[in-house]
Design a protein around this ligand. Structure first.
Ligand SMILES: [Zn+2]
Length: 188
């Protein structure tokens, strides 16, 4: 049985590979999950251990373009939504892995702009309907220029998944903040 946490009506599955976490979120009982972040390119076994099929994932949103947050993005057959800022950083990440000393396992798959569907109200609404939660995307640059936070709500509570961002403004707007390398923090 996959370990699942529940806050209000929001179900959360968290898994970790080395220091990198990924999250799956949905309203309890909804047919599909939203995947937030995608660990490393060699994290497939970690994903498979969850027993969740790709078909159960409505979409993937990564909090920023760093190797430990998008590794599985092209290895899984899932819809990947991102911002124009994230698209701009694809050149950086492809370039970084083009150096064989960085791609030691030789398993990096080049990411094209077309692999990332630009986030718009329309596609967020489609995914929101599938996972049963409202979804807001907030730009939270700092850690990287493209860093974003994904805020999900069941109507009663709001949880911000912020990746590696260190936030001040957002903390007053949500009930819980989940950073990649920390436990979830309840806001007062
Ligand atoms: Zn990072």
């Amino acid at each position: 049985m996959t370990p699942m946490k529940k806050l209000s009506k929001i179900e959360i599955i968290e898994t970790q590979h080395k220091l990198s976490k990924m999250f799956l979120v949905r309203r309890e009982g909804a047919a599909k999950w939203l995947m937030i972040d995608a660990m490393w390119s060699n994290s497939l076994k970690k994903f498979e251990a969850l027993g969740i099929s790709e078909g159960e994932i409505s979409a993937l949103i990564v909090t920023h373009i760093h190797a430990d947050h998008l590794g599985l993005a092209k290895k899984l057959d899932v819809r990947w939504l991102g911002t124009a800022e994230e698209r701009e950083r694809l050149e950086y990440i492809n370039g970084w892995f083009a150096d064989p000393s960085h791609d030691k396992r030789g398993d990096w798959i080049h990411i094209n702009e077309e692999d990332v569907e630009l986030i718009a109200q329309q596609n967020l609404a489609e995914i929101s309907a599938e996972i049963g939660l409202s979804i807001e995307i907030e730009a939270t640059p700092g850690h990287t220029p493209d860093s974003l936070s994904v805020i999900v709500s069941d109507g009663d509570i709001k949880i911000a998944f912020v990746g590696d961002a260190d936030l001040t403004d957002l903390k007053t707007k949500v009930d819980y903040v989940q950073q990649s390398h920390h436990e979830m923090i309840k806001q007062s």
